[in-house]
Design a protein around this ligand. Structure first.
Ligand code: FAD
Length: 455
């Protein structure tokens, strides 16, 4: 007789894209799920917030924290066909209020996630305005204590919100809290006496405040590319500093007469000037750090079993389970340079089926050996620790491995090809890639696949 599946009591932290799909997969597998969400609605990153943090560099620990890093004009950097979950494609809606573009604006993604949550009745599982403040093992070492703070409704707007603290015990905790909120800034020699302003892209919303300014923008990932171009229409000059170009680099950017690409900043001086490694000196008003984010799990007390070291969350088996605590603590969504939603879906299926006992994990020792071998392979290739969760080309093998574990279909070939076409055209035509798409056959393949779920 087959062993009956285990139904666990699971706490999911976060109701962004990863928490939503985790909740769906866990419930499908028969688990009892509570999703904790500190904001008032689902969507996480995709809930645009026009407010910015009180510290524009986002370093002051006492600042008010704003979760989302979206800017007002943001359009997706992946085609919608690639972005959606497997069985709930992100297809354009005919309603005139909707954004039918292949790379839609951020509101369209939020609407898609809201529809996904409605379709699978996920909101019933969510406790809104409830922040998880502590997750720790209970004494017998088999369950998790989850302490959460619920904002109580107060009719008196003059009164600070009142909080109710609740202590509960769960069999398992799935961490889906996102990793694009805690800013990482560049270290710059001489910065403490530089008189200009500094901010992080987490607090960038609109270009207006950069009117007539001389801006130094550090970074060259997707947000940096978008923001530099948007600002260039307002600013006097934009100087992009990149650590991934040769020291002598100094190039006017095609299509712009006020934007240049430089190598990294060498130092800054107290007269307001910025010295680049290419020897150029620019008198600047503001430095904008588009330098990414740090993993941060302030609520997690794991007695040192899971740590964040130079942006490596570890040790984690396949970026999901810490061997010593597996399968009762897991992370969804840590890898970056990936197709996020589809990966979240596969990680969630794996977690759900491991918790139910349908899929087995290797022994603790085997998982540790696998992790050590992975870390050694990174070292051997001179890949810094902070790139541990950067999957890029290896994401397809990773996703297919996850799919094989839970016996479901792997990463679709058309999705992989569309991803590559999109990345290449973003590099070649950063101003235009979102609005011209030639690969009609890939769209046809995607639509044929979607018909299985939409007709
Ligand atoms: P989030 O969306 O960040 O959600 C985490 C949730 O957890 C939030 O709702 C938060 O309030 C909640 N939370 C956190 N801590 C707690 C706590 N202690 N208690 C309770 N709740 C908590 N991806 C794409 O596929 N396409 C794109 O074009 C794209 N563009 C992007 C542009 C920008 C600027 C950024 C920052 C990211 C972009 N991404 C894009 C990646 C994006 O982050 C993922 O698509 C995805 O939205 C991440 O989902 P998540 O659920 O992991 O995290």
């Amino acid at each position: 007789m087959p062993t009956p599946l285990i139904s666990a009591n699971v706490a999911v932290i976060g109701a962004g894209a990863s928490g939503l799909v985790a909740a769906r997969e866990l419930r499908r597998e028969g688990h009892k799920v509570v999703v904790f969400e500190r904001e008032t609605q689902i969507g996480g990153t995709w809930v645009y917030d026009p407010r910015v943090e009180t510290d524009p560099l986002s370093l002051d620990p006492s600042r008010m924290i704003i979760h989302s890093s979206l800017y007002s004009s943001l359009r997706t950097n992946l085609p919608r066909e690639v972005m959606g979950f497997r069985d709930y494609p992100f297809i354009p809606k005919t309603d005139k209020t909707r954004d039918p573009r292949r790379y839609p604006g951020h509101r369209e993604v939020l609407l898609y996630l809201q529809e996904f949550a409605r379709e699978f009745e996920i909101e019933d599982m969510v406790r809104f305005e409830t922040e998880v403040v502590h997750v720790g093992l209970v004494e017998d070492g088999k369950k998790w204590k989850v302490k959460s703070k619920k904002k109580s409704a107060s009719n008196d707007v003059e009164v600070a919100p009142d909080f109710r603290v609740v202590d509960e015990t769960y069999d398992s905790v799935v961490i889906c809290s996102g990793h694009f909120t805690e800013a990482r800034t560049a270290e710059i020699s001489g910065i403490s006496s530089w008189p200009g302003k500094q901010m992080h892209s987490h607090n960038y919303r609109i270009p207006g405040p950069f009117l007539d300014q001389v801006v130094i923008l550090i970074g060259n990932a997707t947000s940096a590319i978008d923001i530099s171009r948007e600002i260039a229409h307002f600013a006097k000059e934009v100087h992009v500093a990149s650590r991934s170009v040769a020291d002598e680099t100094y190039q006017e950017q095609p299509g712009y007469d006020n934007m240049w690409l430089h190598s990294m900043i060498e130092s800054v001086r107290d007269d307001g000037s910025v010295v680049f490694r290419n020897g150029r000196v620019v008198l600047a008003d503001i430095i904008l750090h588009c330098t990414g984010y740090k993993y941060n799990f302030p609520f997690l007390e794991s007695n040192g079993i899971v740590t964040v070291d130079d942006n490596r969350v570890g040790p984690l088996y396949k970026h999901v389970f810490p061997p010593v605590l597996a399968p009762f603590i897991s992370f969804v969504g840590l890898p970056w340079k990936v197709v996020p939603f589809r990966m979240f879906e596969l990680q969630s299926k794996w977690i759900a089926s491991v918790l139910s006992g349908r899929v087995a994990l290797p022994s603790q020792e085997e998982m540790m050996e696998d992790i050590e071998a992975f870390y050694l392979s990174l070292e051997a290739s001179n890949i810094p620790k902070r790139y541990t969760h950067n999957l890029a080309d290896s994401q397809f093998e990773y996703n297919n491995w996850l799919a094989a574990q839970c016996g479901c279909e792997g990463f679709e070939e058309w999705r992989k090809q569309m991803y590559y076409v999109s990345c290449n055209s973003r590099l070649l035509r950063p101003d235009a890639y979102r609005d011209d798409w030639d690969e009609g056959h890939l769209i046809m393949e995607a639509n044929n696949d979607f018909a299985k779920y939409t007709s």
